[in-house]
Write a protein that binds this ligand. Structure first.
Ligand code: URA
Length: 231
């Protein structure tokens, strides 16, 4: 059960105060009646809710793609800026699926689908994450080979990482774990340094290049189904 105004706001019908006005204007119906109140509780799985004559189909989970800018942390609260500061109402109670470093940019899934997030982050699943890297020193074929074999650095063992598209001190790197500072550590192990890092892809979900840093959009039905595949 949930409040009618929250249900409407969660389904993109407007802010809480906008939907309250719509309710007063009788633009909302519950099981055929427009004699409804914002604070009344509805059963989203069984009640039929319409907004401006259109049925609002219940969606349990919300999936947003954020182009994370540098300078914010991947957490829901903190005494510094967080990724959730970029997300407007009514999606403030979602959470980021995984973590990017404060200075890392790029693809971050923001959702309330805990079970899917858990699957995507599970080390056992080996979900691919692809990044664009700009680095300080030349990267040799031997370095690429070493990263591809898996590296041990400061007593930590990193799984094989595939480096491609090497040119002008930039490359792509694909990792299948999500260890703390993983790519920075791999480059440090090679005597190199990451200068800029941007996540481009997680599993088959690609960063939408139309999103400027700080912008987000809903995932499409197809993107959600692709993410769920095998989970
Ligand atoms: N590896 C890193 O070093 N940092 C990130 O933010 C992600 C992967």
């Amino acid at each position: 059960m949930m409040r009618l105004d929250k249900f409407l706001a969660d389904h993109g019908c407007g802010t809480r105060s906008e939907v309250k006005k719509s309710i007063r204007r009788h633009e909302v119906s519950v099981n055929g009646s427009t004699d409804v109140r914002a604070e009344q509780h509805i059963d989203p799985e069984n009640d039929v809710i319409t907004f401006l004559g259109e049925e609002i189909v219940y969606q349990k989970y919300v999936y947003l793609m954020l182009h994370k800018p540098a300078g914010c942390i991947s957490a829901t609260s903190g005494n510094t800026e967080t990724v959730m500061d970029y997300i407007a109402e009514p999606y403030k109670d979602l959470f980021p699926c995984g973590r990017l470093d404060k200075d890392t940019e790029g693809l971050l899934l923001i959702t309330n689908d805990g079970p899917l997030a858990h699957e995507l982050l599970s080390p056992k699943k080996g979900i691919e994450k692809e990044y664009f890297v700009r680095y300080a020193n030349d990267l040799s074929p031997a370095d690429i080979e070493k990263a591809g074999q898996g590296i041990v650095y400061q007593k930590e063992a990193y799984k094989p990482a595939r480096i491609t598209e090497v040119k002008d001190h930039t490359c792509h790197i694909i990792i299948t774990e999500g260890r703390f500072h993983e790519i920075k550590q791999i480059f440090a192990a090679l005597g190199n340094e990451v200068l800029y890092l941007k996540r481009l892809r997680m599993k088959n979900l690609k960063l939408d290049e139309n999103l400027a840093p700080g912008e987000y959009r809903y995932l499409s039905e197809e993107e959600i189904n692709d993410l769920r595949e095998g989970c």
